[in-house]
Design a protein around this ligand. Structure first.
Ligand SMILES: [Zn+2]
Ligand SMILES: [Zn+2]
Length: 152
């Protein structure tokens, strides 16, 4: 439950993402790579604006539009998972681009990726009960994180 991805995992994700871009003959400009790097290295599910702030430290001339375009490109290549919210404040997970359960703090908006041991079982049960062939899932839990609980 560490909000920071290990350096090794981040490096592996970065090279996976870059390889995917190359396979699709998409140029890996330094600014694009910087976006990939932020996404690969953070487990705190940043917004596009947060990615932009990080990238700008290294490339001050980067535009928000470039970051948006790169993120939606990665989304279409299934290299980033978009977590949509009704208020439009989308968050992105580049370290785990596949569907996985999230727990979201309704006070500080912190999002974590806990491993659930019974997830496969839940999927199988859903399939058994409905006859659907399950392809993926969206599973969000909402609550108050330990830090916010202490603050009250
Ligand atoms: Zn919180
Ligand atoms: Zn996640």
């Amino acid at each position: 439950l560490n909000p920071r991805v290990s350096a090794l995992a981040a490096k592996e994700r970065l090279s996976e993402m870059a390889a995917k871009l190359r396979r699709h003959a998409i140029r890996t400009t330094p600014q694009r790579l910087a976006v990939l790097k932020v996404l690969a290295g953070s487990a705190n599910h940043p917004t596009v604006e947060e990615i932009y702030e990080e990238v700008r430290r290294q490339f001050p001339t980067t535009s928000l539009a470039t970051v948006y375009k790169t993120v939606s490109l990665l989304k279409s290549l299934e290299e980033v998972l978009e977590l949509g919210f009704p208020d439009g404040s989308n968050r992105y997970d580049g370290s785990r681009p596949y569907p996985h359960p999230h727990v979201i703090c309704t006070k500080c908006r912190k999002i974590m990726d806990p491993e659930l041991v019974n997830l496969d079982e839940m999927s199988a049960e859903m399939s058994r009960k409905t006859g659907y062939k399950i392809m993926y899932h969206r599973l969000d839990f909402f609550g108050t994180c330990p830090q916010c609980q202490q603050r009250r």
